[in-house]
Design a protein around this ligand. Structure first.
Ligand SMILES: [Zn+2]
Length: 69
């Protein structure tokens, strides 16, 4: 488990027309290029930062505890 995990990306269009792409796993900004091709290759090359993933995991477990309480 984990090795075949493909990160998903959330896109947001900026006011200037460029597209910002976030990784939905580690929440890093992958690209904010205006060129969709550049964006796609940045997404392909993205590897989640394990330190960021750890932080996200910690945050998630904290908010899970809070929502249960
Ligand atoms: Zn990532």
């Amino acid at each position: 488990m984990g090795k075949t995990l493909r990160p998903e990306f959330t896109h947001r269009t900026n006011e200037d027309g460029s597209i910002q792409s976030y990784c939905s796993q580690c929440f890093a900004t992958v690209s904010d290029a205006g060129d969709p091709k550049q964006l796609q290759s940045a997404e392909r090359e993205h590897r989640c930062d394990s330190r960021l993933l750890e932080m996200v995991e910690k945050y998630r477990s904290i908010s899970r505890l809070r929502s249960v309480a």
